[in-house]
Write a protein that binds this ligand. Structure first.
Ligand SMILES: C[S@@+](CC[C@H](N)C(=O)[O-])C[C@H]1O[C@@H](n2cnc3c(N)ncnc32)[C@H](O)[C@@H]1O
Length: 281
């Protein structure tokens, strides 16, 4: 029997996100909270992770009576509960699967969702319907979505780094899309619908009041930093494509592939991120 490496354990528990998210996701937090208007009493964060956005909202918005988080990972809910403990009953955290969210007894002036939607593909419409039901009449739903360029196989963003890693471990580059298919792994760049597709999916549920865009540039100081970013962000989503004995080498190869890109072009990746401001139809 092989013993799991530290990075494999990290990937199973999605640990180390507070550190890893500094590279990309945490920038959405202030960007989104800067768009909040009025004096909201209730804010709901969908896919609330380790509670970073809720914490910032509670600190920035004195009008907030209740900050609600919905999240699938029990490890993340536990970390969020610890982080938000000092806010007492201003916080409610709910285990939830956002591909089939259950109704909850809240109505919010603000609903947020950052860096989550691609994980809900192809069932995003369910979370849009849920948000429409739980939003007060003049409420805002602030949503961020990532849009990596994709190739003919639907690969882009993290998929490209994973393809490099699989090739470094001996796979034939042309065969990698078939490896994904056999392993039941949908490329992330396929999971992230383009803006037109999202506009279409939103239309029956919510109106688009406006949007902003930024370029999310990821840079690293060494291969290990990216190895841990990958494990904390993507968990074991991709690593299950290789045999258990090869997984430590897989995570290392992802880190090395990222580091090569960093040295060649001054960054690992960059992609447009859209902040949608949505309201009732
Ligand atoms: C990249 S993290 C983003 C976390 C946080 N919103 C942020 O911006 O830092 C994606 C989060 O979505 C959660 N998630 C993924 N699929 C989910 C689902 N079906 N239901 C609920 N949460 C989900 C993950 O557990 C993870 O915490």
């Amino acid at each position: 029997m092989t013993t799991a490496s530290a990075v494999e354990i990290q990937s199973r528990t999605l640990a180390g996100y507070a550190d890893a998210s500094r590279l990309r996701q945490v920038q959405d937090r202030d960007w989104v909270l800067d768009r909040v208007t009025g004096e909201p009493r209730t804010l709901i964060d969908l896919g609330s992770g380790i509670g970073q956005l809720l914490q910032e909202a509670l600190e920035r918005l004195p009008s907030l009576r209740l900050a609600v988080g919905l999240e699938r990972s029990e490890h993340r809910i536990a970390e969020a509960a610890e982080r938000l403990r000092s806010h007492g009953d201003r916080v409610a955290l709910h285990p939830a699967d956002l591909t089939a969210p259950e109704p909850l007894p809240y109505r919010a002036e603000v609903i947020t969702q950052t860096s989550v939607l691609h994980w809900l593909y192809p069932d995003e419409h369910r979370v849009f319907a849920w948000a429409a039901e739980h939003l007060l009449p003049d409420g805002q739903f602030l949503l961020t979505t990532y849009h990596p360029a994709r190739d003919a196989h639907g690969f882009g963003g993290e998929d490209d780094l994973v393809r490099d890693a699989l090739v470094a471990l001996g796979a034939d580059r042309a065969e990698v899309p078939a490896v994904f298919e056999r392993g039941g792994v949908l490329p992330i760049a396929t999971r992230t619908r383009p803006v037109d597709g999202l506009t279409e999916a939103l239309r029956p549920h919510l109106a688009v009041r406006g949007h902003l865009e930024r370029d999310a540039v990821v840079t690293v100081e060494g291969p290990e930093q990216y190895e841990h970013f990958h494990a904390a962000t993507f968990g074991d989503y991709y690593s299950r494509l290789v045999e258990p004995a090869q997984r430590p080498a897989f995570f290392r190869a992802v880190g090395e592939s990222a580091w090569r890109r960093q040295q060649e072009s001054g960054h690992v990746s960059h992609m447009p991120v859209r902040l949608w401001e949505l309201t009732h139809r």
